[in-house]
Write a protein that binds this ligand. Structure first.
Ligand SMILES: [Fe+2]
Length: 280
């Protein structure tokens, strides 16, 4: 049952005004990608943050909840997955228009019926950008659920920076105009690529960069080699090690608990990655 009518007129009006004000003229021809401004030498616009979208959802519906500890994978589909195949790809940039390597992206979305898997990890997965700052996600076009327009949730984090929680949207969706969370700056470019669809979006994170910066992580070399003692509760953090949620490590003499299974990489030391490690 369509429950959009539960949205108040005020909410709808607010969304319409916001969309009208925020939508640049360029959107008429499709959303602009940050890489375009990068190519033109212009300063990129920050990717806006959204809330998680829970609030407008009627409480009797299954809520769109983020779950930590998603699997590390770039494909959320199997041969038996129902739905229109969708590839979402793009780059993660910083303020200096430079790509950010090994940025963490954690995606979650509804299935073809508009339902989230709150028991398992179907349509949930995290990945890291490659050396060029690029990411690619193989999934399906998410189904609609009451009160929201079509969207994909994502958390994005550069090493040592705060987590950006936001959502990606699809152009030409009727509900875009009535969803108070919708933001046209988060529209993907989407084109048909039979039998599925291909979408693109570039994130711009609030990460200072100088023109001479490289895309490499800015963190210093891990100091694990200098840690000779392991306080109770964990081994010394080491790049290349696979950690599961709940694992305990020490780093520079401090204890951390793993929040999300991942393989440790240089640049993702525990003090730099609040999405992965919580200090004890
Ligand atoms: Fe959602």
């Amino acid at each position: 049952m369509d429950e959009e009518s539960k949205l108040s007129r005020k909410t709808v009006l607010k969304a319409a005004i916001a969309a009208g004000v925020a939508a640049p003229v360029a959107l008429i021809g499709g959303p602009a990608l940050a890489r375009t401004t990068v190519a033109n030498g212009q300063a990129p616009e920050l990717t806006p943050a959204c809330d998680d979208g829970d609030d407008p959802t009627p409480p009797q519906t299954e809520g769109p909840y983020f779950k930590p500890n998603s699997p590390q994978r770039t494909s959320l589909v199997t041969p038996n997955t129902q739905g229109t195949r969708l590839t979402v790809s793009g780059y993660v940039f910083g303020l200096g228009c430079l790509p950010i390597a090994r940025a963490l992206l954690d995606f979650w979305q509804a299935d073809v019926n508009g339902a989230y898997d709150n028991v398992g990890y179907t349509f949930r997965g995290h990945q890291f950008t490659n050396d060029q700052g690029a990411f690619s996600l193989s999934t399906i076009v998410p189904g609609l659920y009451p009160g929201r327009t079509r969207h994909i949730h994502v958390k994005v984090q550069a090493p040592g920076r705060p987590v950006l929680t936001t959502q990606l949207y699809f152009p030409n969706e009727p509900r875009n105009n009535t969803d108070s969370i919708f933001d046209p700056r988060l529209l993907m470019t989407v084109r048909d690529q039979p039998p599925g669809k291909q979408a693109a979006f570039d994130f711009v994170l609030n990460v200072p960069q100088t023109p001479t910066s490289t895309s490499r992580p800015t963190s210093t070399t891990p100091t694990t080699s200098t840690s000779t003692s392991n306080p109770p509760g964990g081994t010394t953090w080491a790049a290349g090690t696979g950690y599961s949620a709940g694992a305990r490590v020490t780093y520079s003499g401090r204890g951390y608990v793993c929040l999300q299974a991942h393989t440790a990489q240089p640049g993702w030391e525990p003090p730099s990655t609040p999405a992965l490690w919580r200090a004890e």
